[in-house]
Write a new protein. Sequence first.
Length: 545
Amino acid sequence: MSKELQDIELFQGIFQSSVEGIIVVDANGIIIKANPASEQLFGYQSGKLITQKVEHLIPNKFKKKHKGHREGYIVKPKARRMGRNLDLWGLKKDGSQFPIEISLSPTTIEQKQVVIAFIIDISERENIEKQLNISQVKLKSYAEELENEVARRTSELTTTVQKLVASNLSLEDQIQETQEAEKRAIANKSLSSAIAKNFPNGFIIVFDPNFEMQLIEGEAIIKLGLDKLIFEDTTVDDITIFSERQKIKLKKDILKTIAGKHLGFEIIYKDQYFSVNTIPLLDENTIISSALFVYSDITIQKKIERVAKSALKKEQELNELKSRFVSMASHEFRTPLSAIQTSAILIGKQNEAGKEEKRKKYVAQIKKNVKHLVVILNDFLSLSKLEEGKVKADKELFDFVHFSKLLVKEVSTTKKTGKNIILVAPNHAILLNLDSKLVRTILMNLLSNAIKYSPKNTDIHIKIEESDAFFTLQVQDQGIGIPEDEQEKLFERFFRAKNAQNIQGTGLGLNIVKQYVELMDGTIDFKSEINKGTTFLIKWPKPNN
């Protein structure tokens, strides 16, 4: 087999296995070559696009203008890409229409001007919100067709030679036949070379068993800086842009392909994603002699996948939050409401004289549960305002030490006996320029949690300090603590630790505290140990630090 015929087989493989539609049109607008992808794209059977006018692939409303554009392009041809910021449509055989992008590359075959058109269906790209499952063309089937085509052509060539010998053609006839074959080979090689050089949205590389690059072509090679690798006897080891690990994998893939395997995988290069498909190529003895690697740019598809995954993750998080809310609300609202209802019924039955103390007890129970409901509703209201961005820090100057003493005194009058609150603070005033309402909510929430989750006869320590750079607030209890495997979720909405399921709470307080602290440019951290207690530490930076 001659070198020209080997080149034909190589470029026919590229032409046949391309996932993009490729058609070749002469100066009169007649389709003289069409690959399987273009036939599938427009819904035609194999070979049925040949001799068709290219306007048959264009919707009626665009045909008249297209003919003028085509005739003008033939006069001044140049390589160009169409479709970006343009409204281009293709017409399938069944009459349906679909949006497309086209790359045009003029070339000369047998001294005739022709145009190679690379066609991409962009329907899925324009409808990513409705359909995110983007079809991938399987190059394996094309590779099998390529092998069959190579075998068929080899068989035809053998038959032709046998016929020539058997019919004892004259030397002059043989020379003439050879010249015609050479012309066809040159024409096909020119066409295939033009296709390879303009391979859209990617590039191709052919490797031999010694890992030398026999060919590297395609639209993306300049953009990726791979054009600098095009020199004689270049091997995989000469590709300095690849890491050693990448080179080892590439060599393994080359050997697997030359061993007859068709590979398919994805790689990332310079923040771009490529789908890679490999095809074994045969020599004149129908023996695999090299490996064709086809790299197709799938960066857009990957971005679509990331958007889809992100949307799915957010939806899952929202569903989880809804489930937590329903579970929490049904429990937290049902318990105080049931207590209120029971107390109200009992009050109605204690109308006789002498039962004033029992009525007072039930009224107190109602007030306690109403207060609990108010706390829950306030948490929901605060969370809603935070989500809507309506909470603003109205800063004012106030003495944090005095402020904390008053709050501790207020809480001490309502807490259960057997729990001591110890405040350690400087003897002088500490002036904070923060929102006192938000600071009150923060300290009240931390103090209430410390009381709620601590056993009787334990101390709760509040410590206020001032350094050169920060104001710090520390709240320490000797309570049940937080399980280590759940600590990372502590500030999430509706989160309740497994050891606190039987204790009243919405799971919103600490989430609100964290957002309030950060709203005033502070940080909050904690450390905790089961049955030994939890310590929260809040820091606010001093001005001009």
